[in-house]
Design a protein around this ligand. Sequence first.
Ligand SMILES: NC(=O)c1ccc[n+]([C@@H]2O[C@H](COP(=O)([O-])OP(=O)(O)OC[C@H]3O[C@@H](n4cnc5c(N)ncnc54)[C@H](OP(=O)(O)O)[C@@H]3O)[C@@H](O)[C@H]2O)c1
Length: 180
Amino acid sequence: MSDVSIGTGKVVVNRAMSLDGFIAGPGHAMDWIFEYLTADTFPEVMAATGAMLVGRGTYEVAKRMADEDTAYDGGGQFVLTHEPPDEPDPTVTFLTCDIEEAVATARSAAGGKNLEILGADVAAQCLQRGLVDEILVYVLPVLLGDGVRFSPSSLGRIDLEPFSNTQSGAVTMLRFHVRK
Ligand SMILES: NC(=O)c1ccc[n+]([C@@H]2O[C@H](COP(=O)([O-])OP(=O)(O)OC[C@H]3O[C@@H](n4cnc5c(N)ncnc54)[C@H](OP(=O)(O)O)[C@@H]3O)[C@@H](O)[C@H]2O)c1
């Protein structure tokens, strides 16, 4: 049974990762991801997603990539920042609040579907605070050598329980429950 039909509304950290553990290359490069992964690679993930919470860092990288074909409709997008831009962006809701409140706000907008957490810093905070139900990783067949790591060393140990392993073309999707 899919997540959509049971409407569990989980909080899911969702990442594409190189085999050597980077979620962005040097200079926040993301082009390598879209060589392998599109919204069609695992359509069930997008269908199960009702809202997304990202950090300002991810928002700025995505804005720079706006011309590339990265279309992904994961529902309403919430951006956590200490300083919302003067110029509003009608495509997102800027939040300035505690991480727990941000997750609650975005989760209630997901309408019973999953809330996806993207970005490095915000995801690490959510994991640190025990707010994450699941980690979903797309492992891509590339070694980047350098860049943004999956998680900062400050995060420490978090135990996971694997429950799904699916291949689509060159991409392997691994899913884990976060042990609480
Ligand atoms: N591989 C993938 O699937 C994937 C997906 C998404 C992103 N990425 C990559 O991840 C990197 C971005 O990560 P990042 O480390 O910059 O993290 P981020 O989590 O996207 O953004 C961090 C920013 O969010 C804001 N923020 C975080 N916590 C906050 C809080 N409690 N209250 C208010 N604002 C808060 C701060 O912005 P202010 O300074 O404005 O306050 C902070 O600088 C990029 O390289 C991006 O390409 C990879």
